[in-house]
Design a protein around this ligand. Sequence first.
Ligand code: SF4
Length: 79
Amino acid sequence: MAKYKITFDREACIGAIACVSVNPKYWLTAEDGKVDLKGAKKNKDGKWELIIGEEDFVINRDSAEVCPVLAIKVEKVEE
Ligand code: SF4
């Protein structure tokens, strides 16, 4: 099964919460008014990353599409 990588630029996030409303399984509101991606780890560029399976691609792609500042990217991981 294909794997996908979510990359979340938390610095860019303006706390519009659209991602949470379409996908509360992965996106949580945080105390600072932004959101957190559940289970993600910070990479060397200061962005948050999480690998997901194909079954969760669509809901996370939907989160990426509704984000007004394009803080979320979902791309296929080559195996
Ligand atoms: S939709 Fe984008 S700007 Fe809004 S909370 Fe989610 S990541 Fe942040």
